[in-house]
Design a protein around this ligand. Structure first.
Ligand code: HEC
Length: 291
């Protein structure tokens, strides 16, 4: 009996030691292999259960996109008429039309077989800066500036946490919408430029960015203080530009968020009332059975 007890004690001690060393090993290995600082969560007007886009912010964000990013990045899934969309930037028809007219659209060929150009219409898609990927790459040192249409959802944040805290983060991540995580990353990327630390060898024409995987990005820091004028008096800091353009990208990737969340709220209220009615119905049915 005594020897069985001893064996069990020994096995338990061995098991605990294995678990503890496993935890220490995993967390230190992960810390060493991490890919840079953690992307910080931001407060987005469109975040959480009740969040909605701020149309003034979306209008400013479109301004930043048009003035700065549109010289390299397309947004081909958007049409100019989408700029008038309720729950989006809500530009007036005149404003959207003026924006569309600034674009040059190639529409068929003329009698000589030459491409025919005309000003954009509300029904046209956003015109990209390059004719195709080859032209885009050759203008950008071989790198391809990705299309913005759904980029806010195509990017996310990657955490490097020890395995035992995975379940907590898994639950947390499940409860956070894709466009929010993508926005956190894009904002971090736009504000994450800096000089490379000593010992890091940079490739030709590459820029150091804390948050880009591998830290070397072919896009030079696109934003700076006062890069774009704001009509509504919002301070034109780099941080504000980054926030606004990111919100605009989030809207492009999830354009019906406002309507969806409004409906969601109404459904919750409906379900609450229904639950109450069912509860009262159940009470009255069972009350009769008691006698
Ligand atoms: C001069 C051209 C140029 C301009 C202007 C520019 N970009 Fe880029 N961007 C690039 C290139 C090239 C890449 C691809 C970088 C790479 O893969 O190394 C890129 C990549 C990106 C990415 C993707 C990063 C990733 O995780 O893959 C984002 C997001 C981005 N740009 C945002 C912006 C925003 C927002 C603006 C405007 C404020 C902007 N860019 C302006 C050239 C540009």
């Amino acid at each position: 009996m005594n020897s069985i007890l001893k064996t069990i004690t020994k096995l338990t001690a061995l098991f605990s030691a294995a678990v503890v060393s496993g935890i220490i090993f995993t967390s230190s290995a992960l810390a060493a292999g991490g890919t840079g600082p953690e992307v910080k969560r931001q407060e987005w007007s469109f975040g959480g259960f009740n969040g909605q886009y701020d149309k003034a912010q979306l209008q400013r964000g479109f301004g930043v996109y048009k003035e700065v990013c549109a010289s390299c990045h397309g947004m081909k899934l958007l049409s100019y008429r989408n700029l008038m969309q309720k729950g989006g930037p809500e530009f007036s028809k005149e404003q959207a039309l003026a924006i569309a007219k600034e674009a040059t659209v190639i529409d068929g060929v003329d009698a000589d077989g030459e491409p025919k150009e005309r000003p954009g219409k509300l029904s046209d898609r956003f015109q990209g800066p390059f004719k195709n990927e080859t032209e885009a790459r050759s203008a950008n040192n071989g790198a391809y500036p990705p299309d913005f249409s759904v980029l806010a959802k195509a990017r996310t944040i990657h955490r490097h946490v020890p395995w035992y805290s995975e379940p907590y983060y898994w639950a947390y991540d499940m409860a956070t919408a894709y466009e929010e995580k993508g926005s956190d990353y894009i904002y971090a990327l736009l504000t994450g430029y800096g000089t490379a630390p000593k010992g890091v060898v940079m490739g030709d024409g590459m820029n150091y960015n804390k948050y880009f995987p591998g830290h070397q990005i072919a896009m030079a820091a696109p934003l700076s203080e006062d890069a774009v004028e704001y009509a509504d008096g919002t301070p034109t800091t780099m941080d504000q530009h980054a926030k606004d353009v990111t919100a605009f990208m989030a809207w492009a990737s999830e354009p019906h968020l406002n309507a969806r969340k409004n409906l969601g709220k109404r459904v919750q209220i409906y379900l609450l009332i229904l639950a109450l009615l069912l509860f009262l119905a159940k009470k009255s049915v069972w009350a009769r059975l008691k006698h």
